[in-house]
Design a protein around this ligand. Structure first.
Ligand code: SAM
Length: 358
């Protein structure tokens, strides 16, 4: 590992370590490579999920990023090329709600052309997916993940807090499948006393359909959702509840660093996943970086601050210099927030998921 030099800090960001040459695939201080990049393409969302963008905070007075601060498609594509040169194999477009970004299918097409070998996916709340599924597939999107926290209409409307009906998300999932965005993953954040009574229904509904439900432990991202450990349903409990109705067996990881722990139905009706970032942290295999809507690089979902790459992009730095900076940031990364959660939670401010990208 080369010596790290701290360069002058641009205002409003952490200092970017001046990297040596970008040559080679960087490994962080704990030996992890930079395999996945999540790009938040907008900090806006049309849902106000109570655990993510609560209405009381993200109200009419909330200031979203001005247009000029948001990375352009050309800038995102350039970053994608640079990350690819550093070993990145997968890009997930997220937000905010990525389908709210005008022309998102054009970005997908541009990425497909610029980094053809990349695994290109997107996470959406599904509200605009029915109309866009085919265009996204035609543009070169490989797969899609749709968030859906309940099949019970009243519960779902209350959780998204904008009265959006379940039926429209289910229709969108069908349309995405018909368009070939397979296999579709369905993300359900499980919150005690809110939707945990729906876990079995969710499993039942998607069993045998080829769609994979992933039950996510409610996390302490950001500082606006009033997270409490008491609200978390441990994945082990989720698995136990489902297995009482539909026996499950461990399915094993498909690759090192897979976030979801896979379980398959013993009767062959497919599989589910559980994401246990609270009760069984997977920091040791975390290969993910996040690019915020305004071009800051975050090396952990729970990092309090990012590194201002947009400033480099817009100040004439060439690709090698930017790759060198990313490489240097990655090499000094030692984040393992979820493994040391309790101490860190007490410290306070964390960045919001809608800005950094979920
Ligand atoms: N708007 C898109 C969507 O709804 O899927 C993409 C962004 S959203 C932030 C990405 C994912 O993060 C969603 O599946 C959402 O449920 C999940 N998420 C948000 N806040 C969370 C929290 N506190 N704990 C666990 N998952 C969360």
């Amino acid at each position: 590992m080369g010596k790290t030099v701290i360069a002058l800090a641009p205002a409003g960001s952490l200092p970017i370590p001046a990297g040596s040459a970008a040559a080679g695939v960087p490994r962080d201080a704990l030996g992890r490579v930079l395999r996945d990049l999540r790009v938040s393409v907008t900090d806006r969302c049309n849902f106000r999920c109570t655990y993510c963008m609560p209405k009381e905070v993200f109200d009419a007075s909330h200031e979203f990023l001005p247009h000029g601060e948001i990375l352009t498609f050309e800038e995102i594509v350039r970053m994608a090329r640079i990350f690819r040169s550093l070993g990145t194999e997968k890009i997930r477009l997220t937000g905010g709600e990525p389908l709210l970004r005008r022309g998102i299918e054009r970005l997908v097409a541009m990425l497909r052309e610029a980094v053809p070998a990349i695994d290109l996916t997107l996470t959406t709340n599904g509200s605009a997916l029915k109309a866009k599924a085919r265009a996204l597939r035609d543009a070169g999107l490989d797969r899609i993940t749709v968030s859906l926290d309940s099949l019970d209409d009243a519960t779902f409307r209350a959780m998204n807090d904008v009265d959006f009906p379940v039926a429209r998300v289910l229709e969108a999932i069908d349309e995405a499948a018909a368009a070939g965005l397979d296999p579709i993953k369905v993300n359900m954040v499980v919150k005690r006393g809110v939707n945990d009574d729906q876990v079995v229904d969710m499993a039942r509904h998607f069993r045998g359909t080829g769609r994979i439900v992933r039950f996510i432990e409610y996390m302490d991202v950001g500082s606006t959702n009033g997270w409490r450990m008491d609200d978390v349903i441990a994945s082990a409990e989720t698995v136990r509840r489902i297995a009482q109705h539909f026996p499950l067996e461990p399915a094993g990881a498909r690759y090192s660093g897979e976030v979801a722990e896979r379980w398959r139905y013993v009767d062959g009706a497919g599989e589910i996943g559980v994401i246990s970032s609270v009760t069984q942290a997977f920091c040791s295999t975390c290969t993910r970086a996040r690019l915020s809507t305004d071009g800051e690089l975050y090396t952990c979902l729970f990092a309090p601050r990012g590194y201002d790459l947009k400033r480099m992009l817009r100040s004439g730095a060439d690709d090698a210099a930017i790759a060198g900076a990313i490489s240097a940031i990655w090499r000094q990364r030692s984040d393992r927030y979820s493994e040391i959660r309790t101490a860190e939670t007490a410290r306070g401010r964390k960045v919001e998921m809608s800005y950094i990208g979920g």
